[in-house]
Design a protein around this ligand. Structure first.
Ligand code: NAD
Ligand code: IPM
Ligand code: MN
Length: 348
């Protein structure tokens, strides 16, 4: 039996409520496939910040560097400024471990009512490949006195071409279509540069049909005709916005899974649902666990257990298609716990 070491960071708010769901699912499906998980749990969070003045210890990255994967619930609490919690935990992990791809698949499941008429079950199956370590999320800039704030976006050739190459390879392995999210009309200086590198990368992947869409028009098209998209490659900020939008098109941001990948495997990859700590519903036990459970499936797939991953996805699909069990974000009255139980039952 193979045993994987997982660094578990429940974090804050509903992160702490959905992480146990992912863990239970991993344990149940792992058992059937002869895969064990040994968890090291870390209390890195806004709560820790309040007590000790830091989101994680100074040698935090070293403590999780040799784990096979990291699972994170979510970070953020109204008592701590977001820039403190994010630059103190989430962003250092993404950057320190060169997790330059944020993979965010979106599917419309049978049995889920999308707020968007065009989003029919079985037809929408897209993946946002989000650049995850540079771009608009740069450390350069800040508040300059009372009346001014600036931010420099940083796009490197290496950083753009590696995420573009990942996206083209993924498209080639899927339906062979790629859309690049851009704003190339020259207003944003970085985007013609992005376009140039994506076009160069495309020449290495002649089997992929691709185009570029301005981010504003692209948002409209994702709402009006989500089924037309296969792989969408986007910069850090554009990809962030697109992934919440696409998740909502699929019914709720509570069901969207994600993986922060270090494709070269030099460092552990980090698995965390798209959603945040949701302070507005935290503590009530009603958070949708499906995003975290789908994220567990991505972790399984990443660690080489594709069959186990497919079983988890199947169980999610079965619960949505064949039961009425749902958390309030999907129009139901179930709790996180009962929704999780339903998935575990479907898995068995
Ligand atoms: P959010 O994703 O936490 O919440 C947005 C809305 O979606 C809220 O109304 C929330 O109730 C709902 N929602 C989110 N997940 C849900 C789920 N699983 N089930 C049901 N409803 C769900 O985004 P926000 O409100 O912009 O941010 C809140 C905090 O989370 C902030 O501190 C932010 O910085 C942080 N955040 C962290 C991460 C992360 O750790 N990866 C991601 C996004 C936001
Ligand atoms: C996400 C989140 C983060 C991001 C925030 C909390 C920094 O929104 O993971 O999508 O923008 O990357
Ligand atoms: Mn986001």
């Amino acid at each position: 039996m193979v045993t994987h070491r997982i660094a578990l960071i429940p974090g804050d708010g509903i992160g702490r409520e959905v992480t146990p769901a992912a863990r239970q699912v991993l344990d149940v499906v792992g058992k059937r496939h002869g895969v064990g998980f040994a968890y090291d749990e870390f209390d890195w969070s806004c709560r820790r910040y309040a007590e000790l003045g830091a989101m994680m210890p100074e040698d935090g990255l070293d403590r999780i560097r040799h784990h096979d994967a990291i699972f994170l619930g979510a970070v953020g609490d109204p008592s701590v400024p977001d820039h403190v919690s994010l630059w103190g935990l989430l962003i250092p992990i993404r950057r320190g471990f060169r997790q330059y791809v944020n993979l965010r698949p979106v599917k419309v499941f049978a049995g889920v009512e999308s707020p968007v008429r065009a989003a029919r079950a079985g037809e929408v199956d897209l993946v946002v490949v989000r650049e995850n370590v540079e771009g608009e999320y740069s450390e350069i800039g800040g508040r300059l006195g009372h009346d001014l704030a600036v931010q420099e976006a940083v796009f490197t050739r290496a950083g753009t071409s590696r995420v573009a190459a990942f996206a083209f390879r993924l498209a080639a392995a899927r339906r062979g279509r790629l859309t690049s999210a851009t704003k190339s009309n020259g207003i944003v200086h970085t985007m013609p540069f992005w376009d140039e590198i994506v076009a160069e990368t495309a020449t290495d992947h002649p089997g992929v049909t691709w185009d570029a869409e301005h981010i504003d028009a692209l948002c409209a098209k994702v709402v009006l005709d989500p089924a037309r998209f296969d792989v969408v490659v986007a910069s850090n900020l554009f990809g962030d916005i697109l992934s919440d939008l696409a998740a909502a098109v699929a019914g709720s941001i509570g069901i969207a899974p994600a993986a922060n990948l270090n494709p070269e495997g030099e460092f552990p990859s980090m698995f965390e649902p798209v959603h945040g700590s949701a302070p507005d519903i935290a503590g009530r036990g009603i958070a949708n666990p499906l995003g975290a459970i789908g994220t567990a499936a991505m972790l399984l797939d990443h660690l080489g257990h594709a069959e186990a991953a497919a079983e988890v996805e199947q169980a999610i699909g079965d619960v949505l298609a064949h039961t009425r069990v749902r958390t309030p974000d999907l129009g139901g009255t179930a709790t996180t716990e009962t929704f999780t139980k339903a998935v575990l039952e479907a898995l068995r």
